[in-house]
Design a binder for this molecule. Structure first.
Ligand code: GLN
Length: 480
């Protein structure tokens, strides 16, 4: 179907994207069909490794939406910030070039929390995104626009970024699949930096197959990102679908909402019925995840965001007496409150004489978290755990306060601190809202996670909100 749309229904599909976005606000920019075809640079067509081993066709002929902190030529690159609101992007991220080489087209840019900082997308300075399951609720964040666009059936796949949960948490809130890959497997070239040692480009999708195909197209070492890594050859192959292993179930008092708790139990039962052996596991480092994550993320953010000084690009105040005032005004006027908070916090934890107390300590905790997970993955093949302790919350004051949102990052931040892959899968609905559980495995175990997710999908298939309309239905009513 998507192939036909890209071959012969481009104008109708562009109208569909805009028409279906009016009460959701997933997109900051919808491209005209001429913008969709992106230059692949010198990227090789994807799937070449996979094609050799599985015989699969290397093509990824899908319309894809991209979070607006990832560079796509001929679109803006706003990062959801006043600072970059007018920025026209002159180049393509490496991951985008690879998608283009595989045949994908980029149909638009999606809303996000400013620079990826948040869990609701309400920190976007440019737009509000509503959850397609209930428009009074948030889509999650920071890749909220990407998650909403997939849940609303506007696109089958959307690209996001995940620093502490920003692909997985909105995927759970909107009931779609969301992958944070192993750190370094997808090039960060062209991803606007927030916290470089934690973040990855990730995928949100309407099926495990679309998600896996997109990840395979994007992955691979890149000379322009020195933290990118060569994936060991065996990890490139699809895993035997029928192989069953042992899955650790995160135990202990996890502080979940009753609906999420119920769904977690149901997911574990489903895995057992599918033939997996489960056993309870604990993570003694779990309570240190959030302090370590926010210390490191804020420290890196304060350094990464120093480049927005009102001089080279981005927002520039109308008048200033001298360069210092120019810089101060640019940053005061164009950064939102959450971004300022993190820059101040990051500067605080890095100030001279205090590094040992905060930053270095957080790095040591990070090592312990990684070690504990390493040990755990010596005894189980993967673990299952919640993505977030609640379902999608309401916008504004009726929702979750910003501090609680940060505390709730404990299940996702683990994966970023340990650099391991984690996949959020839709596991049904409770009270009319979706829930998503997380599968986490050792580094390079993406294919294993896909295999578990595929099996789980046979008993817990993805569901779409009632308001969502597939293009084919929309086309029938609009061309009648
Ligand atoms: N909620 C986390 C934060 O605000 C996650 C962000 C992300 O992954 N980009 O930092």
């Amino acid at each position: 179907m998507w192939n036909t749309i890209l071959e012969s229904k481009r104008d109708d599909y562009a109208r569909f994207l805009a028409n279906r976005d009016t009460d959701i606000g997933a997109f900051l920019e919808i491209g005209t069909p001429a913008q969709w075809t992106v230059d692949s640079g010198d990227a090789e067509p994807s799937g070449t490794e996979a094609a050799v081993t599985t015989g699969a066709a290397p093509s990824l002929r899908l319309p894809i939406a991209v979070k607006d902190n990832i560079a796509v030529q001929n679109y803006r690159l706003t990062c959801g910030s006043r600072m970059l609101e007018e920025l026209q992007c002159p180049y393509n991220a490496r991951a985008i070039e690879r998608l283009a080489a595989a045949g994908a087209e980029i149909v638009g840019k999606t809303n996000l929390d400013e620079f990826g900082m948040g869990s609701s997308s309400d920190n976007s300075a440019l737009q509000t995104t509503n959850n397609p399951w209930d428009v009074t609720r948030v889509a999650g964040g920071s890749s909220g626009g990407s998650a909403a666009a997939v849940a609303n059936r506007q696109v089958p796949v959307a690209i996001g970024s995940d620093t502490g949960g920003s692909v997985r948490q909105p995927a759970a809130f909107c009931g779609v699949y969301g992958l944070k890959p192993t750190y370094g497997t997808v090039s960060r070239y062209g991803l606007v930096a927030y916290a470089s040692s934690l973040e990855t480009v990730g995928v949100l999708a309407d099926s495990v197959d679309n998600l896996a195909a997109t990840y395979r197209a994007m992955r691979g070492v890149d000379s322009r990102d020195h933290s990118s890594v060569e994936i060991p050859a065996p990890a490139l192959d699809a895993v035997d679908q029928d192989a069953k292993g042992t899955i650790g179930v995160l135990a202990g008092d996890l502080g979940l909402d009753p609906a999420v708790e119920r769904n977690f139990r149901a997911t574990v039962t489903a895995l057992e019925e599918l033939g997996y052996t489960t056993r309870p596991v604990t993570l003694s480092t779990l309570e240190y995840v959030v302090p370590a994550y926010y210390t490191i993320a804020a420290a890196e953010a304060s350094a990464n965001l120093a480049r927005y000084n009102g001089v080279r690009y981005g927002y520039r105040p109308i008048f200033s007496e001298n360069p210092e005032e120019l810089m101060r005004k640019a940053r005061t006027e164009a950064f939102g409150d959450e971004v300022k908070l993190r820059i101040i916090l990051g500067t605080y934890v890095l100030r001279s004489g205090f590094q040992d107390q905060y930053y270095t300590r957080a790095q040591k905790i990070r090592t312990l978290i990684r070690r504990e997970l390493d040990e755990l993955f010596g005894t189980v093949d993967a673990i299952v755990l919640p993505t977030f302790p609640t379902q999608a919350f309401a916008h504004g004051d009726d929702g979750m306060d910003p501090f609680q949102q940060k505390v709730a990052d404990r299940f996702t931040g683990t994966g970023n601190l340990a650099a391991v892959p984690a996949l959020t899968v839709p596991t049904g609905t409770e009270g009319g809202l979706p829930v998503g559980m997380q599968l986490m495995g050792p580094v390079f175990s993406e294919e294993r996670l896909f295999a578990v997710a595929r099996r789980l999908a046979t008993v817990m298939p993805i569901q779409f909100p009632e308001r969502s309309v597939p293009f084919s239905d929309w086309e029938t009513t609009h061309n009648a």
